[in-house]
Ligand binder design. Structure first.
Ligand code: ATP
Length: 973
């Protein structure tokens, strides 16, 4: 499709051509020559380029007012000059004088005066004469001016430097800016170093009106090195779940380019497309003395600095690259040596990257070959025989030409297309075009195109493997004859940003059409979904990831489909561990049952403790009465729990006994305990919910299980929680591992839509939620945070049914309510967390959080992770910080100070097993819930952790964050 313009030059040209053709018919001398000149494809292409550029210059946004500040100054001086200014004039003057107005205008001017025209890159120096057409495609893609030769053109190194800088800048900025159809840094990173000169800046492919017209180009005058479209096509048997790379990728094969050739006039509008799979045809880079040696140094240093230095090999490489800079002098010869060294480095780097892919790779030959082609040597056009066969190994081999400027580039990313066979007709089709790959960028292969021939060989009816084989065995140019799919499906869906809620590995997914084009992701990863046209497989890439290439991910439909399959394939299991995620409503019957149950547990424990020598007969009688009472009205679970209680009590469990002894010697009396648990070490009020440790009854595993069941959202203290973990390990492991959330996970979403949210100064502060395994220091951090800055941070005031103590004030320490009121609040879902301690109910309500937020303070709470969903609401917009423990060894060092451990309510030092347990519990918690975490703090040194917490909270309130888009939905909660 042509670019519409007032003067359609191509149209004029075709009219002129028609005239000339008539002259040819009339045998006018010279008309022949003129005709052939005018019908040259490059002329058409040039005209199109011209028109594109024309259109661009017409559409460049021009500010109406480039100097608003100046106008303001002028206006102000005019106002000042007024002999008797009216009140309006005075008001206007005062308004204009305001600093923020001045700043606003100055900001406006900066934007208005800035030149947003693209920086157009240089064309590669070495291009043969017949490369104009594709070069033109590149030019248009990059909006490059037609001036490509002559003095003063940027050197390759200059381009490389600029390219590298931009790539790094892009990587750094990425995510901090609005993510509107973003360039694919993967595109940048897949550019061969020799072609960098032509790609100094990425331009949206969508802006190219010419790409889709390339199939109209005629003649064999297409080049073999189109930098912007250089890549490979991976042809894959989509349907049969097989895939195979068939020819090198762009930076694998510098000369590789997808081309279109003369389209024969055919009734079915056949389109020939040819893929040039040759390699090593890259033109000689004439590294003459650099215009600026600093430029050269900075190029190499930038590349070196951007390298991942996690491995010793990479570190060595980096050192070598830095050494390169030292070798650079004004002397041309040295300069060439430096560059040779760099070539070596580049080769090594490539070897490293492709080591896993191609162990049989001949490094030396490649290095040798490349070495020959570097500075000071003229590169002879590669002979056909010397070109590698584009088979699988050459695919890897050729990837050795990876640019040293893109160490993070993932060589494994298949940027191409896949094929499939229609089982009914036997026709071979292009199944999928991977976003950002060669086919996509060139626009020459599109999904649904029917593949007729490969190198003149008809492929219809062939098994896809055979087609792949033909391609694999082809040498040099591969000519594909395709019938374009018409009409082309249009991807009119906007880019979608999501957070992955599960882990996914394509290699373990038998359903994926081609695992090689699949993209693995983990819980919490941010994904940019660019193509949702396929109902089952979307195309996406990971944000903030080293690999910027796109790949297939399961669509939500596909995920649901899999869930259904899984559901039906599994035998029915009616186990009790499937419980609702939201806490059950607590009725007065529940409370009554619970009280009964507690007494029953108490009796059974007393019965099991011979040292207490209880009145056995009385107790047994009481127990049986209670059992009957419980059995008649209790839920099934309670009856089962009683049975397991018996089992546990009868078991000779040393660990348990040890624990009980320990508790006996460390516990304080009830009143002390309660007082301390509510008042912090420094006397300040401790918010939250604690279950007493003073009674062996309460600490018993069965009781805890019941508490969990009924009050699963309750918060617990360190020691009880540690102990609870111990108790859990004694339960039926299958049931335990299939707790609420794991069961619930089956029904979980695959992705959560997110938006980039920039908090506004007028927004209410976000709720800060601290999460961590018991004993990691969540309470300590929260307490310190509030203590250090009570005017900024505050915890919510909880509700309780316990009587008010002397000196306590309703609404300050607690909201004191009756049991009925509490039950009413529970039933009406007013609490996001509630539980029972010592016969009294405690709960933290949404309203109490709102009170803190309304007071302008930042509300900080600690929460059990399974309650996360209850606070993830539009109103609270929680920022969830996970407190992770350091290593057990490190905790041994930092937690040995008695000041920390000898506090009044734990009353014992940490033991080694506690550290192990904390780390283990933390790992499990993180594995399960990390998709919800906005930030992770490792609580090693308390001071540092506090600082980290401050910084994180500040970040939460000021910096842009990815948050669920439902928080913006009008009906979101
Ligand atoms: N970084 C640290 N260095 C030294 N001691 C610490 C550190 N963090 C926490 N502590 C100490 O460890 C003990 C447990 O901390 P804290 O009570 O905050 O744990 P928790 O995660 O809230 O667990 P629980 O909720 O079970 O109480 C406290 O005595 C606390 O002072």
């Amino acid at each position: 499709m042509f670019v519409s313009s007032d003067i359609d030059l191509a149209q004029i040209l075709s009219e002129v051509l028609e005239e000339v053709r008539l002259s040819v018919d009339r045998d006018i001398i010279g008309a022949d020559l003129l005709y052939s000149l005018l019908s040259a494809p490059w002329l058409y292409s040039l005209l199109r380029v011209y028109e594109c550029l024309e259109q661009h210059s017409r559409n460049v946004p021009n500010p109406c007012l480039p100097h608003a500040s100046r106008l303001c100054q002028e206006l102000m001086s005019s106002l000042r000059g007024l002999p008797a200014p009216s009140s309006e004039a005075q008001e206007l003057y005062a308004l204009l004088k305001k600093p923020h107005m001045q700043e606003l205008l100055s900001a406006h001017d900066s934007v208005a005066q800035r030149d947003y025209a693209p920086v157009l890159p240089a064309v590669p120096n070495e291009m043969s004469d017949n490369e104009e057409a594709v070069r033109i495609v590149c030019l248009v893609k990059n909006k490059q001016p037609l001036k490509c030769c002559g003095e003063g053109k940027p050197s390759h190194w200059n381009s490389l430097r600029r390219f590298t800088m931009e790539k790094l800048a892009l990587a750094r900025q990425f995510g901090s800016e609005d993510q509107s159809p973003l360039p694919s840094p993967g595109d940048l990173s897949s550019i061969p170093v020799r072609n960098l000169g032509s790609l100094s800046r990425y331009q949206s492919i969508g802006s190219c009106n010419l790409c889709c017209q390339t199939t109209n180009f005629s003649g064999g005058g297409l080049n073999q090195s189109s930098p912007a479209v250089c890549d490979s096509v991976m042809l894959v048997d989509d349907e049969h779940y097989k895939c195979s790379p068939v020819y090198p990728r762009s930076w694998c094969s510098p000369g590789c380019a997808l081309q279109s050739q003369t389209a024969p006039c055919s009734p079915i509008f056949q389109r020939h497309r040819s893929v040039d799979a040759t390699r090593s045809t890259h033109p000689a880079l004439r590294f003459t003395k650099q215009q600026s040696l600093d430029e050269l140094r900075s190029t190499v240093c930038t590349v070196a600095n951007s390298m991942d230095t996690s491995t010793s090999d990479a570190r060595d490489l980096r050192k070598k690259m830095v050494a390169v800079t030292e070798k650079m002098t004004d002397n041309m010869e040295d300069n060439a040596q430096a560059l040779s060294l760099l070539v070596e480095v580049v080769d090594k780097l490539q070897d490293l990257i492709i080591a896993n892919k191609s162990p049989d790779l001949s490094r030396t030959s490649r290095a040798h070959q490349r070495f020959q082609n570097w500075p000071g040597q003229h590169i002879a056009p590669s002979k056909k025989s010397s070109r590698s066969t584009p088979n699988v190994s050459s695919f890897s081999s050729s990837s050795s030409s990876l640019s040293s400027s893109s160490p993070s580039c993932n060589v494994d990313s298949p940027n191409g297309a896949t094929i499939k066979k229609d089982p009914k007709t036997g026709n071979i089709f292009i199944a999928r075009v991977i976003h950002g790959g060669l086919a996509d960028r060139s626009g020459l292969l599109l999904p649904g195109d029917r593949l007729l021939e490969v190198n003149g060989q008809k492929v219809s009816g062939m098994p896809p493997e055979q087609v792949i084989n033909i391609l694999v065995q082809s040498e040099g140019n591969i000519l594909l004859k395709v019938i374009p799919n018409s009409p082309q499906p249009i991807n009119n869906q906007a880019t979608l940003y999501v957070r992955a809620m599960v882990d996914y590995s394509p290699l373990q997914d038998p359903a994926i059409p081609c695992p090689d084009v699949g993209m693995a992701f983990s819980k919490g990863d941010l994904l940019e979904i660019v193509d949702q046209r396929d109902n089952r497989w979307w195309q996406a890439r990971k944000l903030y990831s080293a690999s910027m290439s796109y790949g297939l991910i399961p669509s939500t439909n596909q995920f649901r489909h899999k869930q259904r399959e899984l559901w039906w394939s599994q035998p029915y299991q009616a186990h009790t561990c499937i419980r609702p995620c939201t806490p059950p409503a607590l009725t007065s019957t529940h409370i009554q049952q619970l009280e009964l149950f507690k007494v029953l547990v108490a009796i059974r424990i007393l019965l099991s403790l011979p040292s207490l020598q209880p009145d056995l007969i009385t107790l047994k009688k009481l127990e049986s009465e209670l059992s009957i009472l419980m059995d008649s009205s209790c839920p099934q679970t309670i009856t089962e729990l009683i049975k397991s209680l018996d089992a546990i009590l009868s078991a000779d469990d040393l660990g348990e006994v040890e624990f009980m002894d320990e508790m006996r010697c460390t516990e304080t009396d009830e009143e002390d305990f309660e007082f301390v648990s509510e008042e912090g070490e420094n006397g300040e009020h401790m918010q939250g919910l604690y279950i007493g440790m003073n009674s062996q009854l309460l600490s018993h595993s069965v009781f805890r299980m019941e508490i969990d069941s009924l009050f699963e959202s309750a918060g617990f203290r360190h020691s009880l929680r540690v102990w609870r973990r111990k108790a859990y390990s004694k339960q039926n492991p299958s049931c335990y591992s299939c707790s609420i959330n794991s069961c619930h996970n089956i029904l979980a979403n695959l992705y959560e839509d997110v938006v980039h949210f920039q908090p506004h100064i007028d927004d209410p502060p976000r709720l800060i939620v601290l999460i961590g395994s018991s004993g990691v220091g969540v309470n300590e951090l929260r307490r310190r945070l509030i203590k250090i800055n009570p005017n900024t941070y505050q915890g919510p005031v909880s509700h309780t049914t316990r009587p008010q103590h002397l000196g306590e004030k309703n609404g300050r320490e607690y909201h004191f309510v009756t049991k009925e009121v509490f039950a009413f609040l529970v039933v009406n879902h007013k609490f996001f967390e509630y539980g029972e301690h010592n016969g009294h109910m405690y709960g933290t309500s949404f309203d109490s959080v709102k009170d803190v937020v309304d007071s302008g303070k930042i509300c900080v709470i600690d929460l059990e992770p399974h309650c996360i969903n209850s606070v993830r609401t539009k109103k609270l917009k929680p920022y969830i910080i996970f407190v992770r423990p350091p290593s057990p060894e490190s905790m041994r060092q930092t937690r040995k100070d008695p000041r920390f451990l000898a506090n009044s309510y734990i009353k014992r030092y940490f033991q080694d097993k506690d550290f192990e347990e904390i780390v283990e519990a933390s790992r499990a918690m993180e594995a399960k819930y990390r998709q919800f975490f906005d930030c992770v703090i490792v609580n090693k040194d308390l001071q540092d952790s506090c600082m980290d917490l401050f910084t994180a909270i500040q970040h939460a309130q000021e910096e842009p964050q990815w948050i669920p888009s439902s928080w913006f939905a009008p009906d979101g909660s």
